[in-house]
Design a protein. Structure first.
Length: 407
């Protein structure tokens, strides 16, 4: 079912002010949801549902993250829950204490079965006492012994069997993970409105052997060993300007069809941050929130930010709708240009930015000085789920920008 059909046909709560009745109400308070990923595994997350004068407000929880969802449309026993910023939505039917349907991402043609039940039930039901404590740092390999192998860094805290933390990788982090150790089985999950991640593993005091599920379309095996001193490659060294190219250049349209480039007057003799991103990307969302907040707080007249969006929306119109939705929801105060639509494939992205050795990650962030020279390229983004790494990044970012502005 298309979003536009839902928005026009099911907007009675927000648009027409329809009265809620016992038949089309939902129980207020805590709920437990499950998404069915590959191998028929259940990915759980918890949320609350509250009724206000403007309709329902849903809050989904992942460790310290709270995702507020305020676009909920009801018609009879049908419901559509539209995720903030991202295009994904939950569509289904409901009773007072049950919701059954699918989590849908139309542009990618993906549908994941969804079920939720009312009640204050734990995210994971750990019936056994934890036999191990996985708190600490884990040197991780995803897809070991394959061409698709890549490194990760698990950083976890465990208290009374409950686990929070994340995996960092060279292209960003897997955001807020929450779960348990049940006996010797580790279970972690997150649902952020775009990605649905489930990690399961057999744990010992020194090793993890498990599986990483992304929705019902991807499955990766991983291994890990304790290593408090493990570090990932420097994210400032992975992407660079290829030999033979002078300066970083681009020319892409804004929503009005105007071609924008670094040679335009508003960027001359200024420090410019160029963000290669997508509105579908949670790590990009974390960085976008940071950049928008930084610009608002610091008010640096010699600093400009411009984003280049690589969108998998099928049409130019839908791509710009997604861009505008991002701008509106988190008050983005810098231009976002459309670099590509119909695919977020990194190989295709590299053709649009041939001066880079590769587009390895969304986001990739290019720092350009007042003379137009590239001074640093940051691959990926380690967001607030990474704790001290994120705090360290913020300090280093501020110091670096100030040094460029002082030149």
């Amino acid at each position: 079912m298309m979003i536009n059909k839902w928005v026009s046909g099911l907007a009675c709560i927000f648009m027409l002010g329809c009265e809620l009745t016992a038949e089309n109400s939902l129980s207020e308070g805590p709920w437990l949801a499950h998404l069915v990923v590959m191998d028929d595994k259940l990915l759980p997350f918890t949320f609350t549902m509250d009724h206000t004068d403007n309709g329902f407000i849903m809050k989904a929880y992942n460790a310290d993250e709270v995702l507020t969802i305020d676009e909920i449309y009801i018609d009879g026993d049908s419901i559509m829950i539209r995720m903030p910023v991202f295009e994904g939505y939950i569509s289904g039917t409901f009773t007072k204490n049950q919701i059954n349907g699918k989590f849908i991402k139309e542009s990618l043609g993906r549908e994941v079965p969804f079920h939720a039940s009312y009640g204050d039930v734990p995210r994971f039901s750990n019936t056994r006492t934890a036999n191990v404590d996985i708190s600490g740092v884990w040197e991780t390999t995803f897809n070991p012994k394959t061409r698709e192998s890549y490194a990760g860094k698990g950083i976890f805290t465990q208290k009374h069997g409950k686990v929070t933390g994340t995996f960092r990788t060279p292209t960003g982090d897997y955001r807020y993970l929450e779960g348990v150790v049940d006996g010797d089985i580790l279970e972690l999950s997150t649902f952020d409105g775009a990605h649905a991640y489930l990690f399961t593993a057999h744990a010992t005091d020194s090793t993890l052997n498990g599986t990483f599920y992304s929705g019902n379309h991807s499955r990766e095996f991983f291994t890990a060993r304790r290593n408090e001193g493990f570090t990932l490659p420097d994210e400032n060294s992975l992407t660079f300007i290829k030999e033979g190219y002078g300066k970083f250049q681009f020319s892409f349209p804004d929503a009005q069809g105007n071609l924008i480039s670094l040679s335009d007057p508003e960027f001359r003799n200024k420090v410019v941050i160029v963000q290669v991103m997508g509105t579908w990307c949670p790590n990009c969302l974390d960085e976008t929130k940071f950049l928008a907040s930084y610009l608002e707080k610091e008010q640096q007249p010699g600093l400009e930010v411009v984003a280049l969006a690589f969108e998998y929306a099928k049409t130019r119109e839908d791509a710009f709708k997604g861009i505008q939705r991002l701008r509106d929801r988190i008050r983005v105060n810098y231009p976002i240009l459309l670099a590509q639509y119909g695919s977020s494939d990194k190989t295709e992205a590299n053709k649009k930015l041939p001066m880079l050795n590769h587009v390895m990650s969304y986001p990739t962030t290019i720092f350009v000085d007042k003379k137009g020279e590239v001074r640093r390229i940051l691959t990926g983004f380690n967001g607030p789920a990474t704790g001290e790494k994120y705090e360290s990044f913020k300090r280093e970012f501020s110091d670096f920008i100030n040094s460029l502005l002082a030149e």
